[in-house]
Write a protein that binds this ligand. Structure first.
Ligand SMILES: *Cc1c(COP(=O)(O)O)cnc(C)c1O
Length: 423
């Protein structure tokens, strides 16, 4: 039997995977039609933030043009309509992640706020001095710093799963780290710096066999593969709307209902209460208990529209197309003399971090920009993992389903040019 990777590579060679038409998809993203420095824009920075399809832009515009009103408190028609759209968006997220109940979806600003919510609410409630939290060596700063803050506040300690030279977790080491003091595991599903897809199902099973709940940082996973929180059996899953073709400033935390119900509020204010007196406040039910203040209503509606759009295109088709694209990009970059790819895991999503002999990543990014090619350079909010590979920074090209083989070829040509300039 052939692997899915081989099948996908073959399909993309023949043209396009069945039912996936990248040129049609590109028509849905107006920003991609523009020129940058007189060259067609080649956007390879979707891991920093993704572009938005017209349907998402339209949903946000329509909300402000025709539906704008505050949610949950109004008696008038517009407020009822806004509330309905906002709660519809929550239900869409729940279906998208296969959560059993929309109550398990909390709207937050993004993955960062989501992890801070879990740390400050669940973490503070359940950790004490001497307890341990396990993260991995490839975490985004968002999945390191909130736990360090929690450790400072509680006296708990952080433990780190090491990785191999390909950027894969050392599962034997993870097994050794799990012990009677472990209270929580929090790992990234897909690494934004390396592209590694972690075996989160296995991690969750191992942690659960010790009675330890697991948080998954899904910011980079949701745009590339279908996520099923019930099949994974994760306790918390966080994602960012803006990485998922939706607006900035919106994201979600999925949490199992019984955990959310036991957790104290994260912030206090309007909407998260049932009644307030100066003596005593009764908190609202889940999920509203965690949504103090006026939420990003337009953002949530935009996220719902992005999910509708992704569902229509089909995440399985997207994943198959991107695998072919990544294989092509890996071959094209590996053929460039002096180029080293950082992150060569067997299971990878469309992220290519690399360094070039004798060229600072910043210079690569600047020269590529002159050719209209947008990549990211720097530490990608993941300094510890770059330290692990002995580099302070990399250049990173990150793919989305609107990218083409021609764009990858343009990237490879531009990097070749950089090597001759510095050669
Ligand atoms: C982007 C990202 C985050 C943080 O997301 P924000 O939108 O900045 O809150 C966390 N983890 C990973 C893996 C990311 O790529």
């Amino acid at each position: 039997m052939r692997t899915i990777n081989e099948l996908a590579a073959q399909e993309t060679l023949r043209g396009r995977p069945a039912g996936f038409d990248v040129e049609r998809v590109r028509q849905d993203f107006p920003i991609l039609r523009q020129q940058v420095h007189g060259k067609p824009l080649v956007y390879l920075d979707s891991a920093a933030t993704s572009q938005k399809p017209q349907v998402v832009i339209d949903a946000v515009t329509r909300y402000y043009q025709a539906e704008n009103s505050n949610v949950h408190r109004g008696i008038h028609l517009l407020s009822e309509r806004a509330t309905e759209l906002f709660e519809d968006a929550r239900a869409k997220v729940a279906r998208f992640l296969n959560a059993s109940d929309a109550r398990e979806i909390i709207f937050v600003r993004g993955a960062t706020e989501g992890i801070n919510l879990v740390a400050q609410s669940y973490g503070k409630m359940s950790l004490k001095a001497g307890d341990e939290i396990i993260i991995s060596a490839m975490e985004h700063h968002s999945n390191i710093v909130p736990w360090q803050i929690l450790c400072q506040e509680t006296g708990a300690a952080l433990r780190v799963i090491p990785i191999n030279d390909d950027g894969e977790l050392l599962m034997d080491e993870f097994k050794k780290l799990l012990n009677a003091r472990t209270r929580l595991v929090s790992v990234v599903h897909v690494s934004n710096a390396l592209g590694t897809i972690n075996p989160v199902k296995q991690i969750i099973e191992m942690a659960h066999s010790h009675g330890v709940p697991v948080v998954i940082d899904g910011a980079q996973a949701a745009p590339h593969l279908s996520v099923d929180v019930r099949a994974l059996d994760c306790d918390f899953y966080v994602l960012s709307g803006h990485k998922l073709f939706a607006p900035t400033g919106i994201g979600i935390v999925f949490g199992k209902a019984h955990l959310l119900e036991a957790m104290p509020p994260y912030q206090g204010g309007g909407d998260m209460i049932l009644s307030v007196t100066f003596e005593r406040t009764l908190y609202n039910v889940v999920p509203f208990k965690f949504e103090a203040g006026t939420p990003h209503i337009a953002g949530a509606i935009g996220l719902g529209a992005a999910i509708d759009y992704l569902t229509e295109v089909g995440l399985d088709k997207i994943a198959a197309y991107e695998r072919g694209l990544l294989a092509h990009a890996t071959d094209a970059l590996a053929a460039i003399p002096g180029l080293r790819i950082i992150g060569t895991a067997k299971e990878k999503a469309g992220i290519l971090s690399f360094v070039l002999d004798g060229v600072h990543p910043h210079d690569i990014g600047t020269i590529l920009d002159q050719d209209g090619i947008a990549i990211r350079t720097g530490h990608h909010c993941a300094q510890p993992v770059l330290q692990r590979f002995g580099v302070p920074a990399t250049a990173r090209a990150s793919l989305a389903f609107y990218n083409t083989r021609e764009e990858i070829d343009a990237l490879a040509r531009a990097i070749h040019k950089v090597t001759t300039l510095f050669g």
